[in-house]
Design a protein around this ligand. Structure first.
Ligand code: GLN
Length: 276
């Protein structure tokens, strides 16, 4: 079958951009080559592979799992179903973290990424803030293997450790702790919907009200922060007030929430007092 005819047919089942990305993936052709050579003939093997991928995409599987990679802040990360697909709102968490590091002004700040998944946040910070001493933890060995491979492929100097939140971390104190924790309520029907049902449940929900991981992180963070150190974490659009309350009740200062590009409260944080 000709490539342009195949694309026309695929667009009836999946998004046009997704169809194009899948054909690029299977043929190895670039977008420009697809445009210049629409009459290229797909081999039977390519057609079989593409048909399977289109069917999986049409059934709701995230494109990133089908391609095996996802873009995040211009970095290409390997992803597998062991890790959450990196999201645009998490790119904003990295922007805030970079702003915070610049404001702190330390040349070699110690940074911790909790529940790193694909390593997206930790790798971005290590690459975009030269001098940052970045550590990243995840409870899942399978996720950590993906993160480590990404760190090596992108030459990002990150220290990876398997840990259930802070448990494997001992004396080290950080200038900044960041996290994109599981924050979806266990009863939220979206967990069974397209996309999310293919992602690791461990990365999406705390199996409680969606605030259990956040409560734990906020409560435990002060023991792992330098005086004046910051905690920044991503949360659900309706969890801003609860996040701010938790931070304030734990003694954090400068507590605030930032909106994502869709205008939803998405990231909250604060810093520890300089002197107790
Ligand atoms: N942002 C994700 C979503 O709502 C959830 C990620 C998370 O729980 N950390 O699809």
């Amino acid at each position: 079958m000709r490539l342009d005819h195949w694309l026309q047919a695929a667009r009836r089942q999946v998004d046009a951009l997704d169809a194009r990305r899948l054909v690029e993936h299977v043929t190895g052709l670039t977008h420009a080559e697809l445009i210049c050579r629409p009459e290229t003939w797909l081999t039977p093997a390519q057609q079989t592979r593409l048909a399977a991928l289109v069917a999986r995409r049409a059934a709701g599987e995230p494109l990133a799992y089908l391609l095996g990679s996802a873009g995040f802040r211009g970095h290409t990360l390997r992803v597998s179903p062991a890790v959450l697909v990196p999201r645009p709102e998490t790119e904003e968490l990295v922007d805030l973290a970079l702003d915070t590091l610049r404001a702190l002004g330390a040349a070699t700040p110690h940074v911790l990424d909790l529940g790193t998944g694909s390593g997206a946040i930790a790798i971005s910070l290590a690459l975009e803030y030269p001098g940052a001493q970045v550590s990243a933890v995840d409870i899942s060995p399978a996720a950590l293997a993906v993160a480590e491979a990404n760190g090596a492929a992108l030459a990002a100097p990150v220290r990876w450790r398997q840990s259930d939140w802070f448990t494997a971390l001992t004396a080290e104190r950080f200038h900044l702790i960041v996290a994109n924790p599981p924050y979806i309520d266990a009863h939220d029907p979206h967990l069974d919907g397209d996309g999310l049902r293919f992602e690791p449940r461990l990365a999406l929900t705390d199996e409680a009200d969606g605030l259990a991981a956040i409560r734990h992180i906020v409560a435990a963070a002060p023991a792992h922060l330098e005086p004046g150190g910051w905690l920044l974490f991503e949360h659900g659009w309706q969890q801003g007030p609860a996040s701010r309350n938790l931070l304030r009740a734990t003694g954090f200062q400068g507590v605030q929430t930032w909106q994502d590009l869709a205008g939803h409260e998405r990231i909250s944080g604060g810093y520890l007092p300089l002197a107790p």
